[in-house]
Ligand binder design. Structure first.
Ligand code: ATP
Length: 220
């Protein structure tokens, strides 16, 4: 479904990814592990088309994404939640969610709105709150909920459980496992092994290199 081959990335003269290759199959939860600076964010950004200079092959759903701008990749079903969340902090929770709904798809957007509130019930009580008045963990939930409003077919998440309160880590973990249980395909970067034990596969990045073949893990 997603096939990456020979991916290299550079920030100016500094190379951040070296000949990276892997696949993510339909319905898989794949965890991408690596220390700070290993290249996890760079890799996710390269997939979504907002990263540094990239060479190599990214094939999604049978289509080579070379040269595609980020908005075209999003329309093709790639949904990305950045580590820094990138919310509209001056807008309310409700506005942040609806602004992500696709034009011309209001019917399915209503369904999706109900679905994301079922997934994150605590957002229901905050619908009229500006995003700026939410905690970091609540903002992280909103960022994921907003991306889900676009009905992505592949979710790319950059450290969704990092730096948030333990109770919200639990809620985020439960929500992600519920999505995985529904068969949503996900590639999740993490350092803290919150999801790794539940992943179909764990990929390891070390200094921009993908270590060995993907290791098999118990799905759950
Ligand atoms: P973290 O968990 O700290 O975000 P990461 O695994 O996501 O780490 P990246 O942020 O992708 O790693 O960084 C990979 C390498 O690219 C690092 O050496 C980093 O210093 C470098 N890098 C990342 N962003 C930039 C940038 N905007 N300009 C220059 N170098 C960068």
């Amino acid at each position: 479904m997603l096939a990456v081959c020979g991916l290299n990335a550079w920030y100016g003269p500094a190379q951040a990814l070296f000949d990276v290759g892997f696949t993510v199959n339909l319905g898989e939860l794949v965890v991408l592990q690596g220390l700070n600076g290993a290249g996890k964010s760079t890799l996710l950004q390269a997939l979504i088309g907002i990263g540094p200079r990239v060479e190599g092959q990214i094939v999604w759903d049978g289509q080579a994404l070379r040269g595609w701008p980020a908005h075209r990749r999003a329309r093709a079903g790639l949904g990305f939640v950045a580590e820094d969340r990138r919310l509209f902090t001056g807008l309310t929770v409700r506005e942040n969610l609806w602004i992500a709904a696709r034009a011309g798809e209001q019917g399915s957007a209503s369904d999706q709105f109900a679905k994301v509130l079922a997934l994150f019930p605590s957002l229901q009580a905050m619908l009229d709150r500006p995003a700026s008045q939410m905690s970091g963990g609540e903002q992280q939930m909103l960022a994921l909920a907003r991306t889900l409003m676009t009905s992505p077919r592949l979710l790319l998440l950059d450290e969704p459980c990092e730096g948030i309160a333990p109770v919200l880590v639990q809620a985020m973990r439960d929500a992600l496992l519920a999505l995985a249980g529904e068969g949503v395909t996900m590639l999740v970067a993490e350092q803290n092994r919150i999801l790794a034990g539940h992943a179909h596969r764990v990929l390891q990045l070390t200094s921009g290199h993908m270590d060995g073949p993907p290791s098999g893990q118990g799905a759950g």
